[in-house]
Design a binder for this molecule. Structure first.
Ligand SMILES: NC(=O)c1ccc[n+]([C@@H]2O[C@H](COP(=O)([O-])OP(=O)(O)OC[C@H]3O[C@@H](n4cnc5c(N)ncnc54)[C@H](O)[C@@H]3O)[C@@H](O)[C@H]2O)c1
Length: 399
C-alpha cells in the first residue's frame, strides 16, 4: 500500500450527504480522481449540484480560477449503489472514506460490502463522529486496513481532521493516511478510539455548563453568550452555537458521549435542550431554538454585568480546562494535539491546556474544588492530573 499525493491515488467516498460531498470536494481539489457513491439518487443529485455551485462561487470570489474549478469538477464522478447493494464503483480505489448514517449496524454492513469489492491494498476510513472505530472495523476480514478519519463540518472549510486508529489498525495505515490528509492542507491530530475522540469530548462543558448556568437561573442565554464572546474571547456563545449546529444534533452527541462513558455525570445531557428538541425548536434551521430567528423577531438583550459575566466565563472555562486535562490523563491524545484540536476544530481562542497554564492550574483546581464542594456533585470532580499539575512548577503533562 502506498497512498501517493494527487492523481495516482484514487479516492472513493461512500455517502453523498453534507460530509461526503465536502470530503469529495477536498480530495478532488487535491488532484485525486474521486468517486462518490450513495444509495439515494436524490442525494447524488444534490451533491452534484452542490459541487457545481461551490465551484461557481469559488470562481466568482476569485478563490479559484476557471481552469482549476473545471479540473476539480472533472475529478469527481457520482455513482449509485447497485440494486443488489454492490459498491463496484469502488473496485479500483486506493482509499475509501465512508460518510453514511451514524448507526453502527448500517456502517458495519456497508464496510463488509465495501471490503467485498475493493483490492487487497485499499484503505477503508470512517468519518464517524461517535461510533467505535474498532466496532466498525470488526465487520471487515482485514481490520488492520480500517481507521477513523473525522472531518468537521463543512469539510472544505474546517481545517481539523482527527485520525483515529482502531484496536487492530496497522501503524503504517495510520501513518500513510495522516500524511495524505496533511498534504490536503488539513491539520491532523491523532486521537484514541474513545467516545467523542478529542473535540466532541473536550468541548462538552462549553454547552453543558452553559446550559447548567442557564437552568439554575444564574443568567439567561444572551447573557451567557455575551460573556463567553465579550469576556472569554470565543467567536460564538454556547446558545448561538447550539442553535447553529442544531439542538437535535448537539443533544444527540451529548447523549452518545454520556451513554458511552457509563453515565458519567460530567456529560449529563440537559432536559432543557431535550425539551427544545421534542418541541421541534432545533435552532436556525427551524426558525426557533434558544433564540427566535423568524422574520421581525426582536432578540433579547444580555445583561452586561461584568462581574456576573466573568463568573460565567471562569466557571465554564474551568470545566473545559479540567476536561482537556482529563483527556491528557487518559491518553486520548497528546497535549499539543488536544490544543490544536480545539483551536482548529471549534475555533477556541486558545488551546485549553495553554490557557490553563496561563491562568495557573492551581486557580483552575481551586474553582473546580469550590464547585464540587458547593454542589456535592461528581460532575465537578477535578481531574487527578489537574491536582498534579497544580502542584508542579512548571507543570509537566506526562509524569
Ligand atoms: N454533519 C456533521 O456535522 C458531521 C461532522 C462530522 C462527522 N459527521 C459524520 O459523518 C457521517 C455522515 O454525516 P452527514 O451529516 O453527512 O449525513 P447526511 O445524512 O447528510 O448524509 C448521509 C448520506 O448517506 C447516505 N446513506 C445512508 N445509508 C447508506 C448506505 N447504507 N449506503 C449508501 N448510502 C447511504 C444517505 O442517502 C445520505 O445521502 C456520519 O457518520 C456523521 O456522524 C457528521
Amino acid at each position: 500500500m502506498h497512498l501517493a499525493r494527487g492523481a495516482a491515488t484514487r479516492v472513493g467516498v461512500l455517502g453523498a450527504g453534507a460530509m461526503g460531498a465536502g470530503i469529495a470536494q477536498v480530495a478532488a481539489a487535491n488532484g485525486h480522481p474521486v468517486v462518490v457513491v450513495d444509495a439515494s439518487s436524490e442525494a447524488l443529485d444534490r451533491a452534484r449540484t452542490g459541487l457545481d455551485h461551490a465551484m461557481r462561487r469559488a470562481v466568482e470570489k476569485s478563490r479559484l480560477d476557471e481552469r482549476s474549478a473545471t479540473a476539480i469538477r472533472a475529478n469527481v464522478r457520482f455513482s449509485a449503489v447497485s440494486d443488489s447493494g454492490s459498491m463496484e464503483a469502488f473496485a479500483d480505489c486506493d482509499l475509501v472514506i465512508e460518510a453514511i448514517k451514524e448507526q453502527l449496524d448500517v456502517k458495519r454492513d456497508a464496510f463488509a460490502r465495501l471490503e467485498a469489492v475493493v483490492g487487497a491494498e485499499c484503505v477503508l476510513a470512517t468519518n464517524t463522529s461517535s461510533l467505535p472505530v474498532a466496532g466498525i472495523a470488526s465487520a471487515c476480514r482485514r481490520p488492520e486496513r480500517v481507521l477513523g478519519v473525522h472531518f468537521f463540518n463543512p469539510a472544505p472549510v474546517m481545517p481539523l481532521v482527527e485520525i483515529v486508529p482502531g484496536l487492530g489498525t496497522a501503524a503504517d495505515v495510520t501513518t500513510q493516511v495522516r500524511a495524505l490528509v496533511d498534504s490536503w492542507q488539513k491539520t491532523t491530530v491523532l486521537a484514541s478510539d474513545t467516545p467523542g475522540f478529542i473535540v466532541n469530548r473536550v468541548a462538552r462543558p462549553f454547552y453543558g455548563e452553559g446550559l447548567r448556568i442557564h437552568d439554575e437561573g444564574i443568567a439567561d442565554a444572551p447573557t451567557i453568550d455575551w460573556a463567553m464572546c465579550e469576556l472569554g474571547g470565543f467567536r460564538m456563545g454556547p446558545f448561538s452555537l447550539m442553535d447553529l449546529i442544531g439542538n437535535d444534533v448537539n443533544f444527540a452527541v451529548t447523549s452518545t458521549v454520556f451513554h458511552a462513558f457509563y453515565y458519567d455525570r460530567r456529560y449529563t445531557p440537559s432536559i432543557t435542550q431535550q425539551r427544545l428538541v421534542e418541541a421541534g425548536r432545533l435552532g436556525r434551521k427551524t426558525g426557533l431554538g434558544f433564540y427566535d430567528y423568524r422574520e421581525g423577531a426582536v432578540q433579547p438583550k444580555p445583561s452586561t454585568d461584568r462581574a456576573l459575566g466573568q463568573e460565567i466565563v471562569d466557571r465554564i472555562l474551568a470545566l473545559l480546562i479540567n476536561e482537556a486535562v482529563e483527556a491528557v490523563l487518559w491518553r486520548v491524545a497528546s497535549p499539543a494535539d488536544i490544543d490544536l484540536a480545539v483551536t482548529k476544530g471549534v475555533n477556541y481562542p486558545k488551546g485549553l491546556l495553554a490557557w490553563g497554564k496561563e491562568l495557573g492550574f492551581e486557580r483552575v483546581l481551586t474553582r473546580m474544588t469550590a464547585l464540587q464542594q458547593e454542589y456535592g456533585e461528581d460532575r465537578y470532580r477535578p481531574s487527578a492530573l489537574l491536582r498534579r499539575l497544580a502542584r508542579q512548577d512548571p507543570p509537566k503533562f506526562y509524569t
